[in-house]
Design a protein around this ligand. Structure first.
Ligand SMILES: Nc1ncnc2c1ncn2[C@@H]1O[C@H](COP(=O)(O)OP(=O)(O)OP(=O)(O)O)[C@@H](O)[C@H]1O
Length: 721
């Protein structure tokens, strides 16, 4: 970590930045001076010496005593009253000089970045394509011509080659293959082939023959789209989608008219089962659970039971398929209750070899699989995985620098950034719109000197209206470039073409989620990369990934920040004819501080924005408290330094009254870990994650209730608070 450590050790205590009023106007000199003094004084309470750090973590920031204030004030008089200058590009490339005030150092009092002793593990591999074509499957000629001319596919993928014949034989199956390997067609083709071949031709009014359950609305739309394409030559078979966000009445009307292949999220289907008289399952021949392990998470297990009971009550004989890139214990349980004498299909290299040597697919793998097999996942060979260790104070600038590096200075990059909650997505989306974009409509004085109109930001999360979610999904899908900020609502199954980078700004809560998130890139043999951003205290997570045969290589934080050298918009003004010195670590630190200051200035531009940033910080802490027990030794709220984390929300100080109720609760619960798990964690998990996957019917009510309980201000979704 030589580079990164260098940055940490040699950083200047304070950086020069431009002072502004709330409206973004430069301050009068006297006020500027007073404010600079105040800032310095505030900054002093924020970075405790290393030995105090542990004690102060998560305590409200203490107001410094008069004595402390005087000491700080006196000790820094010289610096405080000699503001440096830095230059800001204004429209037309002019450089405007602004006198500066202090920003507390980003590069001091940070925890040491540990060396990563990364165990190198042999990753599981799958071969994506086979040389075989779809012609060999004995499908209806119109279906083959649709696959080759409409979908423009010629050869089968491994999972398709293994699954389609098994499913056409009428067997139940548990299918596991890596992300982006073509599992959707692996089940859609046999369903369409079998339904078009039924002797008594399907009538629309017959109702569903096939039911496909998926965890999210976007995935429902995507699967519907695939089925619709395959059904082109078979116009008498009608597909339909139920996914919430749409008026229940119009869904009821469509159900009444008849849907033969029904694609739905579990929650929405349960709602119709309970309230609609028009839903009949007597003709069901296929039940597909795509992303089966995700479907089982949280509240969905109950929904699945309701659905299985409803199906079993009306039809006994049907084919059942469970699919996912990751199989968890839960899926084995679900397989036990929903699959009959199933074939387990796995495309790992060893089974592939087996199929080659024996001339048949490896499909008689016993159920359940061993935990070892279940816990190691195949990752596309064309996916380069990285990790970077970044102290909390530097997280925001580091993320922004990486976004600028890829999406501003490199061509044709399309990036997805994962966050742990809707509030975090909204916060970073709005902040970036107002600071990194020149076309956001915000006053130029509040923007980053190098604000770029080449950047495009979008966001996707479960608290958005359905029409907006769909529009964003479509826009990002069709776009060649752009940055999508999202929650795990976009982690599963979504097939977004040409995504080049996946950033995990909030670490995932399980290896399975890690696999699915990074699986949004490097699909079907394309190249892609991922970056996991961890705090130094979270370095151990790399070993946890390695235990699931996941290999990551390190990118040094210094290398990420060095992109700031490419943009003189971040430069401090040199005096007179002084020549710009070489872009060493010191200069990079100064530029990083300019970037941080732009964020802080935006956040502190009004009381409302400060309160909004505090809510986002609160949401971060709440989500952080929900990591499962097996990861608590790595991700524990007590190891966070509130003042430092606050900095990554553009807050200059650790908020004093943050999350008081929750803190009290947490304190009590920490003494009773059993209670914590049973009550609070469950509560948080439901609050933070369930809303992402709900049918959409209850989301509004839940969000309203949550907001009321926590006094939560709704974060503005459009350009800013
Ligand atoms: N035989 C094929 N030839 C070429 N492209 C294919 C083939 N089969 C599927 N694809 C394409 O590969 C992409 C990924 O497919 P799909 O979404 O079904 O993957 P998946 O295995 O379900 O991924 P995930 O686990 O992330 O849900 C899609 O764009 C799909 O159109």
């Amino acid at each position: 970590m030589a580079g990164a450590r260098g940055l940490l050790l040699h950083g200047p205590e304070a950086r020069a930045v431009a002072p502004r009023t709330c409206s973004g106007m430069p301050l009068a000199p006297e006020r500027r001076q007073a404010k600079a003094t105040k800032r310095k004084h505030q900054g002093s309470s924020e970075a405790p010496p290393a030995k105090r750090r542990h004690e102060t973590a998560f305590l409200p920031a203490k107001k410094p005593s008069v004595k402390e204030t005087q000491r700080t004030f006196k000790g820094n008089t010289q610096k405080t009253f000699s503001p440096k200058k830095y230059s800001v590009s204004t429209g037309g490339g002019k450089q405007e000089e602004r006198p500066c005030i202090k920003t507390s150092s980003l590069f001091k009092n940070n925890p040491e970045i540990p060396e990563l002793h990364r165990p190198v593990v042999k990753q599981e591999r799958e071969q994506v394509f086979t040389p075989e074509s779809f012609h060999e499957l004995g499908l209806h000629p119109h279906l083959i011509s649709t696959i080759t001319t409409v979908l423009k596919m010629s050869s089968m993928t491994s999972v398709q080659k293994q699954s389609i014949p098994v499913l056409l034989e009428g067997r139940d199956a548990l299918v596991r293959s890596q992300t982006g390997s073509g599992k959707t067609l692996a089940y859609c083709i046999p369903v369409v082939q079998s339904l078009q071949a039924l002797k008594s031709k399907i009538q629309r009014s017959d109702g569903p023959y096939a039911l496909v359950l998926v965890p999210t609305r976007e995935l429902a739309l995507q699967s519907f789209d695939t089925v619709q394409k395959l059904l082109k030559p078979f116009t008498w078979i009608v597909p339909g989608v139920l996914m919430g966000g749409e008026k229940r009445k119009s869904e009821k009307a469509r159900l009444r008219k008849g849907i033969n292949i029904l694609i739905s999220t579990p929650g929405r289907l349960v709602d119709h089962i309970k309230s609609t008289k028009n839903i009949r399952f007597s003709r069901i021949q296929w039940l597909v659970l795509d992303e089966a392990d995700r479907i089982l998470d949280l509240g969905f297990e109950k929904d699945i039971t309701v659905i299985l009971n409803a199906l079993n009550a009306e039809c006994q004989k049907r084919q059942n398929i469970l699919l996912s890139a990751t199989l968890t214990e839960g899926v084995t349980r679900l397989a036990d209750i929903s699959l009959h004498n199933p074939v387990s299909i796995s495309v790992l290299d060893k089974s592939h070899d087996h199929s080659n040597t024996e001339g048949r697919v490896a499909r008689e793998v016993a159920l359940p699989q061993t935990s070892n097999e279940r816990d190691s996942f195949a990752i596309p060979e064309s996916l380069d995985q990285h990790v970077t260790l970044v102290p909390s104070k530097l997280r925001l600038v580091c993320l922004a620098a990486f976004v600028l590096q890829k999406c501003k200075f490199e061509k044709d990059q399309k990036m997805i950034i994962f966050f742990s909650s809707c509030e975090l997505v909204e916060f970073h989306y709005t902040l970036f719109l107002h600071t990194l974009l020149s076309s956001s409509g915000a006053p130029a004085s509040r923007q980053l000197p190098s604000a770029s109109s080449r950047l495009k930001f979008l966001r996707l999360h479960g608290n958005m209206k359905q029409e907006e979610r769909t529009a964003v999904f479509q826009e990002f899908s069709h776009s060649k470039t752009g940055v999508l900020l999202c929650t795990d609502v976009a982690a599963r199954g979504l097939d977004l073409p040409r995504v080049t980078w996946i950033i995990q700004y909030s670490a995932p809560s399980s290896p399975a989620e890690y696999i699915h998130r990074i699986g949004r890139t490097a699909r079907i043999g394309c190249r892609g990369s991922s970056l996991l951003i961890l705090a130094p205290s979270e370095a151990e997570y790399v070993n946890s990934l390695a235990s699931h045969k996941i290999n990551v290589s390190e990118i040094k934080m210094a290398d990420i920040l060095s992109v700031l050298a490419r943009d003189d918009g971040f430069k401090r003004k040199q005096r007179g004819n002084q020549k710009s010195h070489a872009l060493g670590p010191q200069e990079i630190q100064e530029r990083a501080t300019v970037l941080q200051t732009v964020f802080e200035d935006y956040v502190h531009s009004s009381k409302r924005t400060v309160s909004w940033a505090k809510k986002a910080l609160q949401s971060f802490i709440r989500a952080y408290a929900t990591y499962p027990r097996e990861l608590k030794h790595i991700f524990h709220v007590r190891s966070l330094h509130l003042g430092h984390v606050a900095k990554s929300f553009g807050l200059r100080d650790a908020p004093r009254n943050l999350c008081v109720t929750s803190m009290k609760k947490r304190k009590t619960n920490l003494r009773r870990p059993d209670l914590q798990k049973k009550t609070q964690n469950k509560h948080y998990l439901t609050e933070v994650l369930l809303s992402e996957y709900s049918s959409g019917l209850e989301a509004g009510a839940r969000v309203r209730k949550q907001g009321k309980q926590e006094g939560q201000q709704s974060v503005p979704s459009e350009p800013g608070p």
